[in-house]
Ligand binder design. Sequence first.
Ligand code: ATP
Length: 306
Amino acid sequence: LMQLSIPLNFIGSIYREIRQGLTDIEAMFDLLSVSAEVEDRPGAQPLTVTQGTIRFEDVRFGYDPDRQILKGISFEVPAGRSIAIVGPSGAGKSTISRLLFRFYDVGSGRITIDGQDISRVTQKSVRSVIGIVPQDTVLFNDTIAYNIRYGRIDASEAEVQRAADLAQIGDFIKSLPHGFQSMVGERGLKLSGGEKQRVAVARTILKAPPILVLDEATSALDTHTEKDIQSALDLVSKNRTTLTIAHRLSTVISADEIIVLKAGVIVERGSHADLLGQNGLYAEMWTMQREATEAEEALRRAREAD
Ligand code: ATP
């Protein structure tokens, strides 16, 4: 029996290893399984990005044919500009970023990058020009250097370190006993949400994509972490066309345009000041969030004073 149990255990651990690897990759690409739904047309050419202008033209889409999620979405993000998408949970914000990444093709209307319909070019080329900083970054069970270099596998050690510094995580890494060679992920060092996000920012800095999609964490970060992440993100989004699924006031305020989405429809749009002036859904959300932030801060100060 002993003899039998050893190889079985061994197989078990290999199985777990493979499963873990798969889970990482699936989570990393979020919806890898559905990407099979999107097929390139025969003879599709790669996208050529000159500027990085994004356009949504009357985009309609539903995951299921009997339930429309996006009901005629139109907007443009000029090259190098930023747009923030806000709105209640389930409004369709992340769906917009999934369509841009071409996880799915639109039901009707079209999405273009520099005038080219993204459903007519190769999906691989679309994904290669877009960098995503997801809400919850999944780390590989490998070194932190590997996890950052994933953004561009031929990056040198010096480039990896520079990217980490720019993402405001370099000092933290250097303070670890094994530095950049520290193992992270499920079986290594567990990083906080903010640290993981900065690893994702470092990855994106290495990839240097013309278009950036930021999916901000919904969970509250402390003000200090938020400021660090924000300055890292500001840096990476500078001169890049940026679409942010926004939850934080700081991002929203600095966006060139804000789109307020509700049940798949754009209900308000404009700058922060415009929207506050309209006294509608945005103004209401903003007041609520500000109050929540202030309450959190007060609570934290009270705890610190104890
Ligand atoms: P949140 O702020 O909560 O992240 P969101 O505005 O980003 O919400 P989406 O993730 O775009 O919302 O989802 C919009 C709607 O689409 C939701 O009602 C959701 O249930 C539905 N949906 C999302 N993904 C799928 C899917 N893979 N299959 C079917 N329905 C989906």
